[in-house]
Design a protein. Structure first.
Lengths: 435, 970
């Protein structure tokens, strides 16, 4: 299926290649560069490109193009999904997925890719299995974060075989998950502190129009889990109000039948961090929009200047504080500079990327944050006829905006008492205000 | 002298060492140096640098003991073997040896590397290795074999026939691990051999939920193709109904009967596929969701397709690339089925941060979804887009508005006015696009719009975009009679600039000139001739040709024939208005979700989806006649929730994978057996000959029974054949055996270490259907050697009493000190709790042991509905019923503990109950298949009535006693 993989930096430098079948010349990437040349931004490069002899299917993330070379018909999503898994695996192993971290760990990267695909067909993509075969670099994140120091990430290679005690018992050679029907969990997990944490994270996707009316709003949520439990725990998570959930998708560990019948999540969890479920909240429920935005952006016909005035305030917050409020505005190309003052937070305007960022922080009831000032435009250029949209970021701790509540978490199959915790967070997803 | 430290200082990636140095490192004695060198070499390969020179030095390390080093050598070998074929051959013997390694991982990786070395000379060796691995006991190795099939096929397509044999064999495999890979091999090697799928169809459908996600995609795609060749179209249904009613109306009895005799009935296998794929819509893997969506699109009855909508819309939250593919597919779907996506209209609203290709697709979908009801909302949304900073996107929006306007006639005027307003936009791309769209719109209803035409004529002075200029000229030419004053003036202007215009504008200028010459020759004769002269000497062929043609047509002279008489009718014929169509109109000729669909062109290797057959193909081809033994990986009917309990069981029962493997017999393969001496990988596995043959023998009796049944009752056949692989369904009752509810296995001691002279044996009942005979209860023995010497030749000796049949486990040739092994055996207890006595023999000793089963282990859970339960219970009254009122432990009053306790005592299935206070359980005896029903009715003051109904009264009363004890304990 997947013939070869090239990793290409935004600058057009091919810094890694791997072939699962016969070697394909890297010149095939020229077609990607050609498409990149036509596109205004790397995000706009089409994910599927046909070349005379091959097809290129690429994903762009973390400033890297992951380019898979395909020769025959294959579902494109199959390849795209796989490439994202590769990127996530790198992220998981090296703490970040970047050109530098991949170059630094090139041997591990190669060994991972070798295990993940056989003859172009995915072999092992579960993090739990891979980690049993290929140990992640030991002093993980801390090292990667320092830029120069400690390059020497020695991959401690521990194939389970090497650890075999030499007895006649040949078991435990293949990662146990690989053979079982629960490939996501490794066996023999042991912790001294047994804990299970669940984060209910909800994102509000919304489009508000000029006058502040909601054009479109919906809530998407995920439950991310960090489960560190010994043995083979069998967990059941139930909700107070499962009816809120409209459309769901699950980690393979969740028993779908139980969900259909009883609306509870019953599962044997993978070890470590994983996304238990994603959901969409029933569209009938009205979405509470936690903030209001008053804005006035105008460009004058004469004098090549403009004015900007934005006010943000809390609206439906259920008594919680709104934190980490950031407003990002992509200005029209003709805006040369912005001269703005604010009564809270900081604002910066990058004249190269034309992005205005207003980092507000906490919203409090008493003082309403306001940003205003003038914009200077390129002289002689026509006045832009559309006002820029505002993208809003925010976070509300201890609140799931849909009202979803976890009822209880039960554990079966193990005797110890685990420590359990649930956290709720609401964030802005794709939250845009048109002006 | 090399020291690791000095190298370590360098970045692995920026290899500054010369090949000479690397060679020296590889030839040193220190493993660490070798490893370091290999890492650098892999770094070189990763960068795409040539490291082929080092081949001889690297290949020497192929047999290294260090696993990581070996692994890196493999990487190197696979990369360069093709270039250095002769040297690569040196490594082959190492792999051949590794193929016989007792460790499954080593066997598998040896096969992986061996099959990845693209050296044609080793094709026979590869073929042999694949055949061997295909019958390996480890499913992981078999999976590797399936991958190797494709590799060998691409290396030497002449091996196809042999490879198909292997594929056929692997398709029969029941391991979920193998299924995806072998179907992939099938798709690459012999996708046309649909006949190989028939017998495996139901198994694949049933396995699907448990296959790993990548395999699911491949299997679903393949099954979609399969279903289109094997089932009748479910889409005829509506048509058929119409037909019926019409016939009823005309009231012809004969015809009516005819029509009634063939109403559409969905093949149960077709339904099976739809039912088993549906839960996968909830998969986190977007490729799986898409695969199911396309399956429903291509196979489901029309009214069922819309269940995929929500899931597809959900995918729009995923990565940009995923959105792109999903939106494309939605675009194709939304043309045919507006209703599917209309409720989700707002999910397709464009955000300013979307990538260009995403925006375009969303517009496309919004346009497809536009109806009279929602058009005003959509147009309001479009108005925002038109103002977008992304001018290309604004232009695309204008096209979309144009399409809406032609499709929905009510809004044509509104759109037209809106577009005219946009003509004053500052951006030229926007204006140009408007002109083009307005031209198309005017063509549909030109009569009322001479104002707009005049307005456009004025625009000509400022617009430079060739397409827009050409459109204006064409408009004026076409409707020159409506603007008699302006048209000649426009012609005058373009005549002046003719030489500097683009070709497309020149052609339209010529057209305009010709049309005006015919309608208003007085004013334009000279101008036309001037333009025709310019055109005559133009550099472009097309323009010269057009000029020559027009001149002959419009300017009559003696040479021009009869044609010029009709010039006016030719040039000014009324032209049909263009139909503005979606670019996705005919995309559904490709299977959705495929690469070909995305590209809108046939990709190489695309497999056409056939049309539905007109006559239903034989359904019986999918009936599985030979009952094969249940493998450990799978049970029939284990679906969804129950599954887990089952997985857990498998996991708990198998202390070590390889030990588990060993106890399973290895089927013999004729083609391989001749080579078995040379290359058998089973040197150290305790193979007891062909067990599978025995199984067929033991099955022959029910087999005949089944056949009789088939011939006598054709209706029953459907149900029976449906439960393929499930032997229990052949018993008297038609209730399906379900998988056991999970309870922690209780281990019992069979032989104590002291009395067994070091051999300790314990047993437990895994509650799985026995693989050897359906009348047997499966028992797992765990043997541990507590001695300091190995035990040899452990086997089962004499057995008794006569009524009890025992299936012995294969002789264990050797059990190392401190090692333990788990084996399984089958015992037919004949539905009694009488103990099975037998002897355990080692080379030197014999021990008499006995297994006394708990009554609950003699049962198999069955699933049935509450109604069935009550019906069956009603028939098992009187002598067959035993009941008792018990005092129940307070914590058992809620539903869960009751179920838990009953199930831990007896292997029964839970029957869904409509009342909270009544719990029902159903099972049947393993040996005779008699129904055993039990119910617990909770009453006030923590008492409960416990009832057991069964024909086997003795068994029933024992069971009653045991349940009573269990429930009354705290």
């Amino acid at each position: 299926m997947i013939h070869s993989l090239f990793l290409v930096s935004t600058a057009g430098h091919i810094f890694l290649e791997k072939h699962w079948k016969s070697v394909i010349s890297r010149s095939v990437c020229d077609y990607l560069f050609e498409a990149q040349g036509k596109a205004s931004a790397p995000e706009n490069v089409p994910p599927v490109i046909a070349t005379p002899h091959h097809y290129l299917i690429s994903v762009y993330r973390d400033r890297i193009f992951f380019v898979a070379v395909i020769q025959t018909e294959v579902p494109p999503l199959f390849v795209i999904e796989f490439l994202h898994r590769v990127a996530e695996t790198f992220q998981d192993y090296f703490g970040e997925c970047s050109e530098a971290s991949i170059k630094d760990n090139v041997v591990i990267v190669y060994e991972l890719l070798e295990e993940m695909l056989d003859n172009g067909f995915p072999l092992a993509t579960e993090a739990n299995i891979l980690k049993e075969m290929i140990k992640p670099p030991t002093i993980l994140r801390s090292v990667v974060n320092t830029i120069t120091g400690g390059r020497e990430l020695r991959s401690v290679f521990a194939w389970s075989v090497a650890q075999g005690s030499g007895s006649s018992n040949v078991g435990g050679t293949l990662p146990t998950g690989q053979l079982s029907n629960i490939p996501w969990r490794r066996t023999g997990v042991k912790y001294t502190n047994n804990e299970a944490y669940f984060d209910v994270v909800e994102e509000i996707d919304a489009i508000l129009d000029k006058s502040g009316t909601v054009v479109f709003a919906e809530i998407q949520g995920v439950i991310d889990a960090c489960v560190k439990l010994s043995g083979m725990p069998d967990l059941t998570l139930s909700f107070v109000n499962p009816r809120l959930l409209d459309d769901v998708s699950f980690h393979p560990c969740v028993r779908f039948k139980r969900w259909e019948a009883e609306r509870v999540l019953s599962f044997i969890p993978p070890d470590g961090n994983f996304r238990l479920m994603s959901y969409h909240v029933n569209a009938q429920n009205l979405v509470a929009i936690p903030v209001y935005v008053k804005q006035n952006v105008s460009f004058f016909e004469t004098g090549s200047s403009g004015r900007l005035d934005i006010t943000v305030g809390p609206k439906q917050t259920m008594g919680k504080t709104i934190e980490d409020v950031v407003i990002t505005v992509h200005m029209p190309k003709v805006v040369l500079n912005a001269n703005l003052t604010t009564n809270q937070g900081t604002s910066t305007y990058d004249p190269v990327t034309k992005v205005l960022v207003w980092d507000i922080g906490k919203l409090n009831q008493q003082k309403v944050p306001n940003l205003k000032g003038s914009l200077s435009l390129q002289s002689g250029a026509p006045r832009p006829d559309e006002n820029p949209t505002l993208n809003i970021d925010l976070r509300i701790q201890q609140l799931a905006i849909s009202g979803l509540k976890v009822n209880r978490l039960n554990m079966f199959g193990e005797k110890y008492k685990p420590f359990k915790g649930v956290k709720y967070v609401t964030k802005a997803g794709k939250f845009q205000v048109r002006t | 002298v090399f020291s690791i430290k000095s190298y370590s200082a360098l970045n692995l990636y920026s290899c500054s060492l010369k090949n000479e140095d690397l060679k020296e490192m590889l030839e040193s004695n220190k493993e660490s140096l070798k490893l370091e060198a290999m890492k650098r070499i892999v770094g070189l390969i990763a960068k795409g640098k040539n490291a082929s020179e080092l081949f001889p030095a690297v290949v020497k390390n192929v047999a290294s003991k260090n696993i990581e080093l070996k692994k890196l050598v493999y990487v190197y070998l696979v990369r360069y073997a093709e270039e250095q074929q002769d040297l690569a051959l040196l490594s082959i013997s190492t792999f051949q040896r590794a193929l016989k390694d007792p460790n499954q991982l080593i066997r598998a990786s040896a096969l992986r590397v061996l099959s990845s070395i693209r050296v044609p000379i080793i094709v026979p060796i590869m073929m042999l290795a694949i055949k061997e691995a295909a019958t390996d006991l480890s499913p992981y190795v078999r999976k590797t074999a399936a991958h190797a099939i494709q590799k060998l096929y691409s290396l030497d397509p002449e091996q196809k026939e042999h490879l198909i044999e292997v594929i056929d064999k692997l398709l029969k495999d029941k391991s979920t691990l193998v299924a995806g890979s072998v179907v992939m091999a099938f798709e690459e090697v012999c996708p046309d051999r649909i006949d190989l799928i028939h017998k495996n169809y139901r198994k694949l459908c049933n396995l699907l939920v448990d296959v790993e996600e990548w395999g699911q995609v491949v299997i679903i795609t393949m099954l979609t193709r399969y279903a289109r060749t094997q089932f009748l179209s479910p889409w005829r249904e509506d048509a058929l109904f119409d037909e019926n009613s019409e016939k009823a109306f005309y009231d012809s009895d004969v015809e009516k009967e005819k029509a009634d005799s063939k109403p559409y009935m969905m093949d149960p296998d077709h339904r099976l596929l739809l039912r088993n794929t549906k839960p996968l819509l909830q998969s986190r893997n977007t490729a799986v969701v898409m695969a199911v969506a396309q399956l429903y699109w291509h196979l489901a009855p029309k009214q069922e397709v819309s269940i995929v909508t929500k899931s597809l819309v959900r995918l729009l939250r995923s990565h940009r690339e995923v959105q792109y593919i999903v939106l494309q597919n939605i675009a194709t779907m939304s043309i045919q089925r507006k209703g599917m996506f209309e409720p989700f209209l707002k999910s397709f609203y464009v955000r300013s941060t979307d990538a260009t290709h995403i925006k375009t697709l969303k517009l496309e979908i919004l346009t497809n979804l536009a109806t009279e009801a929602n058009i005003s909302t959509i147009l309001r949304e479009f108005q925002t887009y038109v103002k977008s900073q992304d001018k290309q996107f604004a232009a695309t929006t204008i096209q979309a508005i144009g399409r809406c306007a032609t499709n929905i006639s009510e809004i044509t005027d509104t759109c037209l006015n809106g577009l005219v307003l946009l003509l004053s936009n500052r951006d030229e791309t926007v204006v140009a696009e408007c002109v083009v769209v307005i031209k198309k719109l005017l063509q549909t209803q030109p009569s009322q719009h001479s104002d707009i035409i005049k307005h456009m004529a004025k625009l000509l002075d400022n617009i430079t975009v060739p397409m827009a200029r050409a459109s204006i000229l064409w408009l004026i030419g076409e409707y020159c009679e409506r603007v008699p004053k302006i048209a000649p003036d426009v012609l005058r202007k373009v005549a002046k600039s003719f030489t500097s215009e683009e070709d497309i504008v020149k052609l339209q200028t010529l057209n305009l000139a010709a049309k005006l010459y015919l309608t208003n020759s007085k004013q334009t004769k000279l101008l036309t001739q001037y333009i025709l002269n310019l055109g005559k000497y133009d550099q472009n062929y097309d323009i010269r040709d057009r000029t020559r043609f027009l001149r002959q047509l419009i300017v009559p002279n003696e040479k021009s024939g009869a044609l010029s008489k009709y010039a006016k009718r030719i040039l000014l014929a009324s032209k049909p208005a263009p139909v503005l169509e979606s670019a996705f109109k005919d995309r559904d000729r490709f299977q959705l979700g495929t690469l070909s669909h995305t590209l809108n062109a046939k990709a190489s290797g695309y497999l056409e989806l056939s049309d539905w057959p007109t006559v239903a193909p034989d359904q019986s081809v999918r009936n599985v006649e030979v009952m094969e033994p249940q493998s450990l990986e799978r049970q029939p009917s284990t679906r969804g929730s129950d599954l887990f309990a089952y997985h857990l069981l498998v996991l708990l029962c198998s202390d070590s994978d390889d030990a588990k493997e060993k106890k399973r017999p290895k089927p013999k393969l004729d083609s391989v057996s001749s080579h078995s001496k040379a290359s058998s990988s089973s040197d150290n596995t305790a193979s007891s000959g062909s067990e599978s043959e025995e199984d067929t023998d033991s099955d022959s009796e029910p087999e005949q029974k089944k056949k009789k049944k088939l011939s006598s009752k054709p209706q029953v056949r459907q149900i029976l054949s449906f439960n393929c692989g499930c032997k229990m369904c052949l018993c008297v009752t038609a209730f399906q055996v379900s998988s056991p509810v999970f309870v922690p296995p209780k281990s019992h001691e069979l032989l104590h270490r002291m009395s067994g002279k070091g051999l300790a044996v314990s047993y437990h009942f895994p509650r799985q259907p026995c693989a050897y005979s359906h009348r047997m209860v499966s028992v797992q023995l765990t043997l541990t050697n507590g001695r300091d010497q190995p035990l040899e030749d452990i086997c089962v000796g004499e057995a008794g009493p006569p009524g009890i049949a025992i299936h012995r486990f294969a002789t264990i040739e050797r059990l190392q000190p401190e090692a333990s092994i788990t084996v399984s055996m089958g015992i037919d207890f004949n539905d009694s709790t009488q103990a099975a006595n037998f002897q355990l023999c080692t080379k030197t000793d014999q021990f008499s042991v006995s297994i006394q089963p708990a009554v609950g282990e003699l049962l198999m859970p069955v699933t049935m509905t509450e109604q069935d339960f009550l019906k069956e219970q009603g028939q098992l009254t009187g002598m067959n019923e035993s009941s008792v009122t018990i005092t129940i432990a307070p914590d058992s009053m809620s539903s869960q503990p009751v179920g838990r306790k009953v199930v831990s005592v007896a292997n029964m299935g839970v029957v869904p109950s409509s009342q909270n206070s009544i719990h029902r359980f159903a099972a049947k005896t393993v040996s005779s298949g008699s129904l055993v029903l039990s119910s617990v009715v909770l009453q006030e003051a923590s008492t409960a009535k416990l009832v057991v109904n069964t024909e086997k009264t003795v068994l029933g009363s024992v069971l009653l006693r045991e349940l009573k004890t269990a429930l009354s304990q705290g």
